[in-house]
Ligand binder design. Sequence first.
Ligand code: F0G
Length: 446
Amino acid sequence: MTDPAFQKCINPDCGAEFDCGQTLFKCPQCGELLDIRYNWDKIEVPDELREFAKRWANRTRPLDFSGVWRFRELLPFCEDEYKVTIGEGQTILQQNDAVGEYADMQPGCLCLQYEGLNPSGSFKDNGMAAAFSHAKMVGAKSCACASTGNTSASMALYAHSCGLKATVFIGSGRIAFGKLSQGIDYGAQTIQILGDFDDCMRQVQNVCSELGLYLLNSLNPFRLEGQKTIMYRIIEGLGWDVPDWIVVPGGNLGNSSAFGKAFGELKQLGLIERIPRMAIINATGADTLTNLVNNKNLLWNDGRVNQATIAEYYADLTARSFSPHTCASAIEIARPVNLKKCLRSIDICDGVVRAVTDEDICDAKAIIGRYGLGCEPASAATIAGLRHLRAEGVIGRGERVACVLTGHPLKDPNVTVNYHKEKQGQFSNPPVEAPNDFDAIVKLIK
Ligand code: F0G
C-alpha cells in the first residue's frame, strides 16, 4: 500500500489490506473487523499535541472549527474537499467536585466530558462527521443504520446535510422518545422492527449488502476515526495532559475501541508519554462484555481471540431467547459488534470492565443532573461504575479521571420524569401539586 491511509483486517492470520476508496464493513476475505491504518511516515503530524491549539485562531474556517477536523492530521484518510462538518465536537471538559464527592473522588480529580453538547445531542456526531466524509468520497447516495436511538438521530442529521437518503432500523419500543423524535424530524425513513437492537443490527447488514446502502453503524471503521477525537479533546481540556483513567459506557463498543486506538497511535507517534487506563461500564441487563472478560477470561491475545468462547456464549443467549433489558436503552445490546476491537483497547489501556444496576445508573444520573449539566441514563453508567471502582480500590481517590458523558439529558425524558415523579430513588425531586391559590403556593416554597 502506498497511500497514507488504508483499511486492514484486524485478524493477524488474515491481515488483508484494502484502499480507502472501497466501501467495506467487514473483511471480504475472512469476515473480521477492519481498521483504518496509516503510513505515518508519509503524513506530516505536528511534533506536539498543543500545536493543534493554533487552529482556534481560524475558527471561521469550518474545518478548523470542527472538534473532529481540527485534529485532521490524526485521521488523514481523505482530502479536504470531501470532509463533512456541521459544527460537531464543540464539547467541554468540566471539573465537577460535587459529582466527584458522590463517587468518592478527591476535589479536583473528576472531570466530565459532555458529548451531549454535539449538534444531535450525542457523541455520535464525531463519528458521523468522519464516516459521512468517506461516504461522500465514495459517492454514496443512500445510507442506513441500526440504532438504539442516537446513531439514528445523528445519521439522519448528517444525511440530510449531505444529501443522502437515510433509513434507520430501530427495535420497537426500545428507543427513547427524544431520539425517535429527532430521526423522524430530520427526515429519515424509520423502520421499527419487532425485535431488539441485535436483531436490527443483523437485518441492516443484510439489507445494506443486498441494496448497496452505505452502513453507518460503528462496524464502519471510518466512524471510529472520528470518535478518536473525543480523547484528543479530553487531553486538550487537561492542558494537553493525559488523565489517569478514562471511564466510558459500553454498548456496541465503538467508543472503547476508538479510544484505545487513539491512545495507541498517540503513543506510537510520541505525542503522549503514557497511556491512561480505561474502565468500560455495562448495565447489568446487557453485560456481555463483563461476562466474557471477567468470568470467561476472554483476551485480545494479539488478535487471536478465543472465538469458541464467544460462540458458546452467544449460543447460550440464543438457547435462552435472551434479550437484554436496561433503563439505559442506549446500551441495551447483547452482541456488541466491536467486541474484538474493544478487547484490543483493554489490552492497550490495561482496561477493566464492570456492570452496574439500573438503580445505580438512575441515582448517578440524578447526581449528574443536580450538580452538573445532566446526561442520559447510559452516560451515567460511567459515574455509577466509577463509584464501584472506587469502593473496590481499583481507582485511587486522588487519580485524575475523565468520564465520557455520551448523551444529552433531553434524549430520554421518560426515565428522568419517572425517577423523580414516582420517587424511584434516593435523589428523587418530585414536583408538588398546589391549588391555584397565592397563600397555599407561598406556604409550599421551601
Ligand atoms: N452512550 C450513548 C448515549 C449511546 O447512544 C451509546 C450507543 C453508547 C453510550 C454506547 O456506545 O456503542 O460505542 O459502546 N448507542 C448506539 C446507538 C448503539 O445506536 O445509538 P458504544
